[in-house]
Design a protein around this ligand. Structure first.
Ligand code: ATP
Ligand code: MG
Length: 179
């Protein structure tokens, strides 16, 4: 395996209220793994419930690593308590190591935008992480409410816009589709 699979890693942001941000990041992860890139997704906010992607990551190890760091029960919809902040701080340190180390070609910080929105991580810290990342690492930042400064710095910003969502018609999260 080449030491660096990417000559120049860019910064991508998937934001907006529509469904598809985490799914898009996982789609990219699948493509990357297919080409032998080593991928790490660090999930901020999300609790300890395993989703389909965590089971898939076991099948795709060692190329795909997914780490859930969120505090159980906090889904990013209300003001976080101190234990949520502590989880986010640990996750951010992990993220810093992942983007500056030699281990990964693609690093996805899932729901980092929500962590910044709730000030668990400051915009300044995230901008610094972007600046300090290894030049060979592709970095993907997902979650609603991306900070304007982060979108400004990124090389790509995609906004998922909700046109229609079956959730509003009463369809709950389904195994294999949402979880
Ligand atoms: P997904 O993980 O399905 O790609 P997402 O990452 O774009 O969704 P999140 O903001 O992480 O969306 O939302 C968390 C959960 O809410 C997911 O189960 C997602 O499918 C669901 N969801 C996303 N957008 C909407 C919406 N507009 N209305 C209701 N539920 C949504
Ligand atoms: Mg998501």
């Amino acid at each position: 395996m080449n030491k660096h699979m990417l000559q120049k890693g860019l910064v991508q942001v998937y934001t907006g209220n529509g469904k598809g941000k985490t799914t898009a990041a996982l789609g990219l992860a699948l493509r990357a793994v297919g080409r032998g890139l080593r991928v790490c997704m660090i999930q901020f906010v999300k609790g300890s419930e395993p989703c389909g992607e965590h089971l898939a990551a076991k099948m795709l190890a060692p190329y795909l690593t997914i780490i859930q760091t969120g505090h159980k029960g906090w889904l990013g919809r209300e003001k976080p308590g101190p234990e949520v902040t502590a989880c986010a701080r640990r996750a951010f340190e992990m993220a810093h190591r992942a983007v500056t180390g030699e281990e990964y070609d693609l690093v996805i910080l899932d729901e980092i935008n929500i962590a910044v929105f709730y000030e668990l991580v400051s915009v300044k810290e995230l901008l610094q992480l972007i600046q300090e990342k290894d030049e060979h690492v592709e970095l993907v930042l997902t979650g609603r409410k991306a900070a304007p400064e982060v979108m400004e710095t990124a090389d790509l910003v995609t906004e998922m816009r909700e046109v229609k969502h079956y959730f509003k018609a009463g369809v709950p999260a389904r195994i294999g589709i949402e979880k």
